[in-house]
Design a protein around this ligand. Structure first.
Ligand code: ADP
Ligand code: MG
Length: 616
């Protein structure tokens, strides 16, 4: 039963907001919703088709998106834009290194990000993607007779932070409220119901062969947590290459040299039609006009298979690399999920099933639609309609701050679920300290020097107080998008400072893996270094407090006392200088017990206070 809400101000009955998931693809995009009666996802169609080609045609002032744009590709290739997703979050230089061959012109701009030149105007990839999203929004709003606002959008697992941010910005520009950006393989798994229940851990391979890209992702899914073990693929391998291989066959067979740009497009579209036809039939024939003559084109399954076999073999090589990066054996894969229109080609399906011979192959759902459907399920979870579901993401590396002695003090441990908020109290190490430098790090090593610095700020304006007296409450808040907000507040005075940072910015899965490995390899050495650093801090604090004590209580001490104290202090300093933890601890203890007799006399609180709590 649909839920109905009433607008209390106007007294009118309003429809519940539609639950929406979007697959913003390189070649095709789709929009999905959830059926209110059974909470199953479905793709929204226009004229029977759920796919909206991610293509734009610029007709003077008008921008036409989808099938109508594809139709213009033959006659006006220069005004037709496609594969915008490849440009998302990229600089001109990023793209110079890739051997892309786009039909349109890309330009360098002041703000570092690439733009597309069409006629006299320049468009950012974000604007172009926003046009595609607006088209999807219109299709869905017409069909649902409801407004589309809150959405979940998918991106490839390997997308970095700026690519994710660009996708999010495109959604905003299209008038959407992007609840979350999720990984395409995660969405595909959700569509098959994998990870929806608190079941045993499962190792899953998501094989996604689209139009222009191939992605293989190895996931470990447990308790609603989707961990990406490895990703691999080829950003320039997909169904388009199958089409090109077919074209090459025909061009040779019929000596079709010197085709015009639009004839070339026509031949390409015919090759694609033939390829799709052969996913369900054995032969394909078509007659088209090229070079002013009628040409009879034909293709059978054997010819197709011979032409595309080397391409499919390349995808299997990528699968092997991903399996090896994940440090598992291929037979550890329990489920394989087929995603992307090109997995309909029989040879693709068979090759995957042969390589992953032990796994169950999930291919019952429409491979074009699974990602969008999974995104809709995620949106449904976020909308609170599936209360039994866990929220999904975890932070891959610990987050913390530097404490005295260059130590890493963790606030949010690795693998903690996000969103999350954690607080801890700190204090100062020097009397009258009015500024407190906060250095934020990410990583698993004991010493901050071995971790990754995310940012720093200074909490200034703390009223002068003896060391150890200020109470600085540090709050780490990591939101669902991985943005970390760090705030420090001195509780006695209310002085406060806040900054935001992005822990995952510019950090690849590979780097995360390396950081984790380094922490395991260096664990023993790190523990020893931490031990020395902690003992040193304690020794130095005691020296500091003792000097202060001596200065303030001259009358209590005779010359001999002062001499002994100085000697004991020198011993601690020597032990610190040779970094011998045991002797730092014992010399510190020696000074401590010798000075206790005086301390007891005056009950100087500062010594004991100065030894309490962690100091920054
Ligand atoms: P993307 O994720 O890159 O946007 P899709 O998953 O939509 O791409 O896949 C598009 C590709 O799938 C195109 O190359 C298209 O030709 C191919 N494709 C679609 N249907 C079939 C089919 N029936 N048989 C073979 N290939 C197909
Ligand atoms: Mg796709």
């Amino acid at each position: 039963m649909a839920r109905i809400s009433i607008d209390l101000n106007s007294g009118t009955i309003t429809k519940p907001q539609a639950v929406i998931g979007i697959d913003l693809g390189t070649t095709n995009s789709l929009i999905a919703s959830i059926n209110e009666s059974d909470r199953l996802p479905y793709c929204i169609t226009q004229d029977e088709a759920s796919i909206v080609p991610s293509a734009l045609y610029f007709d003077n002032q008008d921008i036409i998106v989808g099938h109508a744009a594809i139709a213009q590709m033959v006659n006006q290739p220069e005004n037709t834009i496609y594969s915008v997703k490849r440009l998302m979050g990229k600089s001109y230089d990023d793209l110079q290194n890739l051997n892309h061959n786009l039909n349109y012109t890309i330009v360098d701009t002041e703000d570092q990000l690439v733009k597309v030149q069409i006629g006299g105007k320049q468009y950012s990839p974000i604007e172009l993607s926003a046009h595609i999203l607006r088209k999807l929004k219109t299709v869905a709003e017409d069909k649902l007779d409801n407004s589309v606002k809150k959405v979940v959008i998918t991106v490839p697992a390997y997308f970095n932070d700026s690519q994710r941010q660009a996708t999010r910005d495109a959604g905003k520009l299209a008038g959407m409220d992007v609840l979350r950006i999720i990984n395409e393989p995660t969405a595909a798994s959700l569509a098959y119901g994998i990870g929806l229940k608190g079941e045993e851990g499962k190792t899953v391979a998501v094989y996604d062969l689209g139009g222009g890209t191939f992605d293989i992702s190895i996931l470990y899914i447990q308790n609603g947590i989707f961990e990406v073990l490895a990703t691999n693929g080829d950003t320039y391998l997909g169904g388009d290459d199958f089409d090109k291989a077919i074209m090459a066959l025909w061009i040779e067979e019929h000596s079709l040299d010197n085709l015009s740009s639009s004839e070339n497009q026509l031949l390409r579209l015919t090759a694609e039609e033939g390829k799709k036809h052969l996913s369900h039939h054995d032969n394909y024939t078509k007659t088209i006009a090229l070079n002013g003559v009628e040409v009879n084109l034909s293709l059978n399954v054997e010819q197709l298979n011979d032409a595309i076999k080397p391409l499919i073999d390349k995808t299997i090589v990528s699968c092997k690399s991903a399996i090896s990066d994940a440090e598992i054996e291929v037979n550890a894969i329990q489920e394989v999920i087929l995603v992307g229109g090109s997995t309909r080609t029989s040879l693709v399906k068979n090759s995957v099933a042969t390589y992953f011979s032990q796994a169950h192959i999930n291919d019952e759902l429409n491979p074009d639609e699974v990602v969008a459907m999974g995104a809709a399920i995620e949106a449904d979870i976020l909308a609170g309609n599936r209360k039994d579901m866990l929220l999904l993401d975890v932070t891959p590396l610990s987050l913390g701050i530097e404490t005295l002695g260059g130590l890493m003090d963790v606030l949010i441990p690795r693998n903690n679920k996000i969103p999350t908020k954690l607080q801890k109290e700190y204090t100062t190490s020097v009397d009258g300290q009015v500024n407190l430098a906060v250095n934020v790090y990410q990583g698993e090593r004991e010493m901050v020097a071995d971790n990754r610095k995310l940012g720093e700020f200074v909490l200034s304006g703390i009223p002068a107080m003896p060391a150890g007296l200020p109470k600085v409450e540090m709050t780490f808040m990591l939101n669902a998008d991985g943005i970390l907000q760090v705030s420090a507040e001195e509780k006695r005075s209310g002085v406060k400072q806040e900054v935001q940072m992005k822990p995952q910015y510019g950090l690849s899965d590979m780097q995360i893996k390396q950081m984790l490995e380094a922490s395991i390899v260096n664990a023993q050495e790190d523990m020893d270094r931490r031990g020395i650093a902690e003992a040193t801090t304690e020794g130095e604090q005691l020296i500091y407090a003792t000097h202060k004590f001596v200065k303030e209580n001259e009358d209590l001490l005779n010359d001999e006392n002062k001499l002994v104290i100085n000697q004991l202090i020198e011993k601690i300093k020597d032990a610190i200088s040779v970094k011998n933890k045991d002797s730092i601890v014992s010399t510190t203890e020696d000074l401590n017990s010798y000075s206790r007799q005086f301390a007891e006399k005056v009950m100087d609180k500062q010594i004991s206070k100065a030894l309490q709590g962690k100091k920054i």
